[in-house]
Structures are given as structure tokens and as C-alpha cells.
Design a binder for this molecule. Structure first.
Ligand SMILES: NC(=O)c1ccc[n+]([C@@H]2O[C@H](COP(=O)([O-])OP(=O)(O)OC[C@H]3O[C@@H](n4cnc5c(N)ncnc54)[C@H](O)[C@@H]3O)[C@@H](O)[C@H]2O)c1
Ligand SMILES: O=C(O)CC[C@@H](O)C(=O)O
Length: 390
């Protein structure tokens, strides 16, 4: 029996992946795996039974990835599964804020009760909502991943000029990107030249506070900034000052804070970038599937801390080991197997940064006692984190 702990509201289609007698959801204090969305795991005690965490979504700043890696716990996310939802909301916001959509709709509602007068009232009042068209304006996309790539391509289709900055762009996204997207050599090029700037980078130690007084000072007057990534990418003190002096025309974000809610020229949404039926189902299903595959076969797909590994599962006894990426690990592991005359049928060893993963299929029948002894020995190897027999 495997125990899965879920946090947040996970779409039924994802939970259904675990609807077999091998799994129990939310019934154990010491789960084998966690499936979550934005819930913060930073202060949650980690049980020694925990083998994997799957984030139904893209951002993993709510997960203590380093701490989990040290414990040999594999962390997954769902690349691209909610990208279309965020793209649609971001592009909608570019148009909506340029046309004073919210203000105009709210003003019109207040005309209720004016009967025949409504028509003349709107014709005289609409001059306060004269907007700008986005066609021909320049959008700066910072971060050309799953979301940024879609935003860039579709903004072109809406008639915008697009300039983008991503020093770590993946080959996959580069292939999908229109050749009309202008490559910015530096982030300052985006700041200086764009009418709209949209952030699509993860929150990391490097990106935290990336928009601040210095970056605002380089921007065009009245620039619209969209932040559907994470609130902490923007320094709030500096943002408030830039909004007050009208340096920033509009700040549109999915990450409310008390201060932002009271500031003029902000549009603050309740973290709904990924809140579509389609995105919620995609994320939940993808996260649940990678978790199930890992728990049952040891194969890893879409992990952010351990390498992708795929070895056909034949049902033979399989040994999986998460460990540090250091020399002679495979040699040490196989030496211990040889003590018990265990014959290796197949084997894979891959690394990702400082972490590595080894899977070994064993030909022999193995008793529980031998399995326990092997696990005990392997865990004593310096750098070995978690050992499982499947
Ligand atoms: N509002 C929401 O509900 C919602 C939904 C999905 C994602 N997000 C946020 O959006 C972020 C991006 O999502 P994604 O699916 O596009 O992720 P992604 O991993 O596909 O793309 C992120 C991109 O940012 C780039 N990048 C990293 N550091 C950079 C830097 N300093 N400068 C420029 N580019 C940099 C990476 O190279 C990558 O291409 C997530 O990390 C998450 O925080 C929010
Ligand atoms: O789960 C959500 O609704 C938000 C997810 C989003 O922030 C993400 O990083 O993918």
C-alpha cells in the first residue's frame, strides 16, 4: 500500500490516477508521496517515508527543494501544463488595461436606474475611457519558457512587436519561437524599449527583486508591467514609488499584498493564472502520472532535482538509489550486490547537477532479509540518500 498526501484542491482527473487498491489518499501521517499545488511545504516536517513530491504546476518556490534533495526525495513539476491558461490571462490583461476595460465596465454599471438617459450618458461619459491599441506597440517578454514562449508568439499574432530576454532559453522553446521575436541581448534592452513588460521567470535567489528602482528608472514612462510569475520578483517599495510618480502606468499582478490592493493603477488578481478547468486537469493528471510511474517503476520524468531516467520495467526486482553525483558510486553499489551474488540484468546511472540516480534490475530471487541487508549496506555509503527495492 502506498500513501499519498494531497494539499490544495487537486482536480478529480488527477486523483483518479490513484483509484486502485494500491493507494490510499490522505490517510497516513507518514506519506510515501505528496501531491500539491501552491501549499507551502517549507515548514512541514518531512517524514522519512517520503519518496517524492509532485507539484501540479510550474513554480516550485513553495517546496524546500534543497532540503528534499538532501533527503533523496524526488521533486516533480508539470512543465507547460498550465502555460496556455497563463498566456490567455496575460494577453487579455495587455488589452484590458490598455482599453480601461475594468474601469469602463464598473462605471457603466453605476448608470443603472437611468432608463432612457443611459444612451446620452454613455455617449458623453465614454471620453474618459479613451484607450490605446496594442497593435504596433512593443511587448517585452522576460523569461521565454513554456508561458513566455506562447505569450511571445501570440502577441505577434495580435500585431505587437515582441522583444524577449532569456539567457537560458531551451532548444525546444527556441525551435517553437517565431523568427519575428526580437532577441534582447540584455535585460536593460527590454527595460528601455518596451511599452509593456511581462515577467515569466521562476522565483529564485537570482530573480527575487529583479524589478526595482534601478530597472524602473530605465523604463519608458507609462510602461505597463505584468507579473503573472511571483510577487517577490518586484520590490514593492520601489514599485509604489514608481506608480506614484506615474513612471509605471499600470501594474497587473496575480499576487496580492495588502499594500498593492490600496495602490492606484494596479490590477490585482487572486492567483488565477492557472485557474482554468483545462489547466487544473492537465496539471493534476501530469503530476499524478509522474508520481505513480516513479513509485511503481522507479522511472523519473519531469523532476527538477534528479535526472530523467527511463528503463523498461520488466517486473524483475528493481533497486533504486538516489545519491550524490560523486565518483565510484556505481562501483561501491555493485560491490555490495556481489557480496550476495546478485546478478545485474540491467542498470542505468544518470546525473543532474550535484545529484544522481541509479536503477539496477536484479536477476535473482531475493529474500526480504537479503533486501534489508542490502539496503542497510547501501545506505552506509557516503553520499547515498534513499534506497528502495521495487
Ligand atoms: N500565475 C500563475 O498561476 C502561474 C501559473 C504558472 C506559472 N507561474 C509562474 O510562472 C513561472 C514561469 O512558468 P513557465 O511554465 O513558463 O516556466 P518555465 O520553466 O517553462 O520557464 C521559465 C523561463 O525563465 C527563464 N529564466 C530563468 N531565469 C531567468 C532570468 N534571470 N532572466 C530571464 N529568463 C530567465 C528560464 O530559462 C525559462 O526559460 C513559474 O516559475 C511560476 O512562478 C504562475
Ligand atoms: O496551482 C495554482 O493554481 C497556481 C499554479 C502556478 O502558480 C504555478 O506556478 O504553476
Amino acid at each position: 500500500m502506498l500513501f499519498i498526501q494531497t494539499y490544495n484542491s487537486i482536480a478529480k482527473r488527477g486523483l483518479a490516477v490513484f483509484s486502485t487498491e494500491c493507494y490510499k489518499l490522505n490517510e497516513a501521517e507518514d506519506p510515501d508521496a505528496i501531491l500539491l499545488r501552491s501549499y507551502s511545504l517549507h515548514n512541514v516536517p518531512i517524514s522519512p517515508t517520503l519518496k517524492a513530491v509532485a507539484r501540479a504546476g510550474a513554480g516550485v518556490n513553495n517546496i524546500p527543494v534543497e532540503k528534499l534533495s538532501e533527503l533523496g526525495v524526488v521533486v516533480f513539476n508539470t512543465p507547460g501544463a498550465n502555460a496556455n491558461a497563463v498566456k490567455e490571462l496575460a494577453l487579455m490583461s495587455v488589452i484590458a488595461t490598455s482599453r480601461h476595460f475594468l474601469e469602463a465596465a464598473n462605471w457603466t454599471k453605476k448608470l443603472v436606474g437611468n432608463g432612457e438617459e443611459i444612451s446620452p450618458l454613455i455617449e458623453s461619459g465614454k471620453k474618459q475611457f479613451v484607450g490605446t491599441e496594442i497593435q504596433g506597440k512593443r511587448l517585452g517578454v522576460i523569461g521565454l519558457g513554456a508561458i513566455g514562449g506562447l505569450v511571445a508568439n501570440d502577441a505577434l499574432a495580435l500585431g505587437m512587436e515582441v522583444m524577449a530576454y532569456d539567457p537560458f532559453i531551451s532548444v525546444n522553446i527556441a525551435w517553437q519561437l517565431s523568427s519575428e521575436v526580437k532577441r534582447a541581448e540584455s535585460i536593460e534592452e527590454i527595460y528601455k524599449n518596451c511599452d509593456y513588460i511581462t515577467l515569466h521567470v521562476p522565483l529564485t535567489d537570482e530573480t527575487r527583486g529583479m524589478l526595482n528602482h534601478q530597472s524602473f528608472s530605465l523604463m519608458k514612462d507609462g510602461v505597463h508591467i505584468l507579473n503573472f510569475s511571483r510577487g517577490e520578483l518586484v520590490l514593492e517599495d520601489d514599485l509604489e514609488a514608481a506608480l506614484k510618480e506615474r513612471k509605471i502606468g499600470k501594474y497587473i499582478t496575480d499576487f496580492p499584498t495588502n499594500r498593492l490592493l490600496s495602490l492606484e493603477n494596479t490590477v490585482v488578481l487572486p492567483h488565477i493564472g492557472a485557474s482554468t478547468k483545462e489547466a487544473e486537469e492537465n496539471c493534476a493528471q501530469m503530476a499524478a502520472n509522474v508520481l505513480k510511474q516513479f513509485l511503481e517503476t522507479g522511472n523519473i520524468r519531469n523532476s527538477i532535482n534528479f535526472p530523467n531516467v527511463n528503463m523498461p520495467y520488466t517486473g524483475k526486482r528493481r533497486l533504486t538509489i538516489t545519491h550524490r553525483n560523486i565518483p565510484n558510486m556505481v562501483g561501491q553499489i555493485t560491490t555490495h550486490l556481489a557480496v550476495y551474488h546478485l546478478n545485474i540484468a540491467d542498470m542505468i546511472n544518470r546525473s543532474k547537477g550535484v545529484w544522481a540516480y541509479t536503477m539496477i534490475d536484479i536477476d535473482n530471487a531475493i529474500s526480504d532479509q537479503v533486501m534489508n541487508e542490502v539496503i542497510h549496506r547501501l545506505k552506509k555509503i557516503s553520499g547515498v540518500k534513499k534506497v528502495r527495492f521495487l
